[in-house]
Design a protein around this ligand. Structure first.
Ligand SMILES: *[C@@H]1O[C@H](CO)[C@@H](O)[C@H](O)[C@H]1NC(C)=O
Ligand SMILES: *[C@@H]1O[C@H](CO)[C@@H](O)[C@H](O)[C@H]1NC(C)=O
Ligand SMILES: *[C@@H]1O[C@H](CO)[C@@H](O)[C@H](O)[C@H]1NC(C)=O
Ligand SMILES: *[C@@H]1O[C@H](CO)[C@@H](O)[C@H](O)[C@H]1NC(C)=O
Ligand SMILES: *[C@@H]1O[C@H](CO)[C@@H](O)[C@H](O)[C@H]1NC(C)=O
Length: 380
């Protein structure tokens, strides 16, 4: 009896549910048929849909143009001043073949990102920065250096052009960007202590990126005043200010202030009073580390460079090859010896002799390798 009642109730429930199910199923069926019909409606509909859905494929070029102009005006009114390029459409050729069109938009990597430029002699300069890696790996970009003296006197020096030699120092480790050093060596001395001048770089893609275009971007790499030139000549001809100059790689991550304190004290003691340490902060100089560096900065042993902005450009290891090249060319006439190693590495001299004496011997013999200890810890 009770069993039968339960069964009845169960059946009743199923039946009741079935009625609701029927309704839901009908509704779903109706919705889906509506969607199916919508696909065959004119394009106007899909444009409306495009505003609500994220990716609705557009089948006609007119909708593409609409969305392009919309997105440009949405980004910034000032960019809208640049007219969007007219779209090239597919074309029906006379022989019945359809010639498909390809429409490029934007540019994903800069041609050149300038970090610095230094004079390296009376006729030579180095310009360093980052450049698009695929452009260098698969294309053949070239660089032209132009020196422009600051003078209106036509009898004086004129503009002079020379091909820049490119050096890619990061062994192909780069990512979106690779480090690029351009050496501009003019056949004659340029600049003087009377007029000053400036160095322009014309960076040409030679069809890398888009073989249809040979794009040249020109930028001002260096402006040299009369005083800058005079200062260079005096640094260039004087004996170096430092015996030892340390160029550090990009510091990042959670460095232990205590370890850096030990490292710095050890190397200041080893290198002596005529030494200097250039530390590069790629996000690793936090408050604790700053407290360690500050007394050394005040004593004139340490220069701290904030290079956090290079993080915007995806290169190898916080763009350390760019950073050490900058340091090399910035300080090359100020030190007898320059050292490039990390803060988890220590220099030591086996016998108790002065490092400078040891290095002089090294210079003469050119044989004994410099002892370099790689410490077991990886972060510091
Ligand atoms: C657009 O550019 C102007 C400068 O031309 C600037 O003031 C404004 O903040 C920009 N707006 C946006 C949304 O980036
Ligand atoms: C550029 O290269 C030349 C030739 O190798 C060299 O003599 C010159 O010192 C280099 N210039 C700089 C600024 O390094
Ligand atoms: C060169 O001429 C321009 C325009 O005549 C003037 O503004 C500029 O100061 C002059 N430069 C020098 C270095 O004399
Ligand atoms: C140097 O090259 C630039 C770019 O091609 C050109 O505009 C300039 O006139 C050239 N200067 C000389 C002196 O040839
Ligand atoms: C691109 O332009 C530069 C400078 O005008 C020129 O030297 C070079 O030959 C051109 N390259 C190609 C592939 O046309």
């Amino acid at each position: 009896m009770t069993k039968e009642k339960e069964r009845k109730m169960f059946v009743g429930i199923v039946w009741n549910c079935a009625a609701e199910l029927k309704f839901i199923l009908t509704a779903i069926l109706f919705l889906f048929s509506l969607i199916t019909i919508l696909q065959f409606m004119p394009i106007r509909f899909s444009t409306n849909l495009a505003t609500t859905c994220i990716s609705v494929p557009s089948f006609s070029s007119s909708t593409i143009i609409d969305s392009v102009s919309v997105s440009i005006s949405a980004i910034n009114a000032s960019t809208a001043v640049q007219q969007p390029p007219a779209l090239v459409k597919d074309e029906l050729l006379e022989n019945g073949v359809i010639k498909r069109a390809f429409n490029p938009f934007g540019s994903a990597a800069y041609n050149f990102i300038l970090m610095s430029a230094y004079r390296g002699g009376i006729n030579t300069f180095t310009v360093m920065g980052l450049a698009s890696k695929p452009l260098h790996v698969y294309g053949k970009p070239s660089y032209l250096c132009e020196w422009i003296p600051n003078t209106n006197d036509s009898n004086m020096q004129k503009h002079i052009n020379v091909t820049g030699t490119k050096i890619l120092p990061d062994w192909g480790y780069g990512r979106v960007y690779t480090v690029l050093v351009v050496n501009c060596t003019f056949p004659i001395p340029v600049g003087d202590g009377v007029n000053g001048g400036k160095l322009l770089i014309h960076a040409t893609t030679n069809g890398g990126g888009d073989s249809k275009f040979n794009i040249t971007d020109t930028f001002l790499a260096l402006t040299e005043s009369e005083q800058d030139f005079t200062n260079f000549i005096s640094t260039f001809s004087k004996p170096p200010k430092y015996d030892f100059l340390y160029c550090g790689s990009s510091l990042y991550g959670n460095l232990s202030p205590q370890r850096v304190r030990e490292w710095l004290a050890f190397h200041v003691r080893l290198f002596g009073v005529k030494s200097h340490f250039v530390i590069h902060d790629a996000g690793g100089v936090h408050e604790g580390l700053m407290a360690v560096l500050k007394p050394w900065i005040e004593k004139g042993y340490v220069t701290l460079q904030d290079i956090r902005d290079q993080e915007r450009f995806d290169g190898y290891y916080h763009n350390q090859f760019l950073i050490v090249n900058d340091c090399l060319h910035k300080y090359r006439f100020q030190a007898k010896w320059m050292f490039f190693f990390d803060v988890d590495e220590f220099i030591f001299v086996l016998k108790r002799v002065l490092l400078s004496l040891w290095l002089i011997r090294y210079r003469i013999i050119h044989s004994s390798p410099l002892n370099k200890c790689q410490c077991p810890t990886s972060s510091v």
